[in-house]
Design a protein around this ligand. Sequence first.
Ligand code: G4P
Length: 194
Amino acid sequence: MMNFLEKRILKDGVVAKGNVLKVDSFLNHQMDVELLEDIAKEFKERFKTQKVDKILTIESSGIGIACMCAKEFGVPMLFAKKSKSINIEGDVLSVEVESFTHKTVNQVIVSKKFIRPQENILIIDDFLANGCALQGLISIVQQADAKVAGIGIVIEKGFQNGGKIIRNLGYQLESLAIIESMDDQTGEIFFHKD
Ligand code: G4P
């Protein structure tokens, strides 16, 4: 049985060259807010046993999803900012994140005052590929002496190694759709079944 997100990916997702899945008609450019609401409800269900004090994501396309999750959990949403500059001023937690897709390095920063020691942080993002962005967010939570309550991902590319790395670190990683393979010639998308 396919879930609501897998169905939507099959309906509106487009397989592009280089193992890229385009979901810009409903998830990360134009956004279907009702779908985002369903996504948030699903995360609430999957993390119902966890104490969550705050939702953390990274700009830019994680923000909309994280906002809906914050509403669902009844907690604030915080997004990490990407900055090209090496001179980071003030009281910030920062980490360098490399993007395999874009071949760039960004400084990712969060103001120290927004993550308190012992806070329970649920990390949310739209895609998990190699996991660099996610490892950066985990590092920021650790620098603040806070706890990762869990990690919610909308679409995991199961054929890239991010999911394996993060699960091996022992975190509860919940991906709503895991793509096993896709074919830009035929447009076919296959999901992981558990
Ligand atoms: P990683 O963080 O998991 O290591 O991934 P990677 O460097 O490969 O990905 C870089 C960017 O590309 C991320 O967004 C990620 O969400 C996005 N991405 C990765 N694979 C896909 C894909 O198949 N389809 C789409 N649409 N996006 C993908 P970003 O550049 O950090 O930022 P933003 O788009 O959120 O601003």
